[in-house]
Design a protein around this ligand. Structure first.
Ligand code: GDP
Length: 175
């Protein structure tokens, strides 16, 4: 898709992008050839706004984080299936600190980055590809809020409320 500022910026920064080649205007502004949501939550919101009725099958990445992967894997996977997901792929993996840092690149520099990446690299995770209509939004909803303590108050039946330990060790990942 390319930069979202408009045609001029897109031409400058990504000349082969859709917005550089096909945007109708010549300058930056509202007229863009194509739009892309920034993340899964924006994507789900945009899909809801545009489509009515059953959504197409989506795939989403689900990860059971270290510790939880060993202790609660069976129960979490049962819950996932009970919510209508198909587990399309599944892998137990131990990630290096470098792999985890690149996975969480968007959080580099934040106060919790080192704690988070050391934790994820500390033991094996279970990575899964989940499939069902509206999978991205549905998995985030099953996980609950990022913060374990907020999950316990706001969404007590969510996975993070039930299996999260603290702000960093919040049971699962979704993207
Ligand atoms: P997610 O998509 O819900 O997992 O949330 P984020 O992408 O914002 O954060 C990634 C991960 O970093 C979270 O799942 C937590 O493990 C951790 N994290 C995020 N925010 C905080 C925070 O404020 N404090 C701590 N300790 N960890 C955090």
């Amino acid at each position: 898709v390319g930069p979202r500022e408009g045609k001029a910026t897109a031409r400058d920064k990504a000349p082969a992008s859709l917005n550089a080649v096909f945007s109708p205007g010549a300058d930056d502004g509202d007229e863009l050839a194509a739009l892309a949501p920034r993340n899964a939550v924006d994507a789900a919101r945009a899909i809801d706004a545009v489509f009515e009725g059953p959504l197409p099958v989506e795939h989403t990445l689900a990860v059971i984080k270290p510790g939880t992967a060993d202790e609660h894997r069976a129960e979490i996977m049962r819950e996932i299936r009970a919510h209508g997901f198909t587990i399309a792929a599944q892998r137990r993996a131990r990630l290096s600190k470098e792999q985890v840092e690149s996975f969480y690149e968007e959080h580099r520099g934040k106060f919790f980055f080192d704690r988070l990446t050391s934790y994820i690299a500390s033991g094996p995770v279970i990575a899964m590809v989940l499939a069902k209509p509206g999978a991205i939004k549905s998995w985030r909803s099953l996980m609950g809020p990022t913060n374990t303590f907020k999950a316990r108050t706001d969404a007590p039946s969510s996975l993070r409320a039930r299996f999260g330990i603290d702000g960093t060790r919040n049971a699962t990942h979704g993207s």
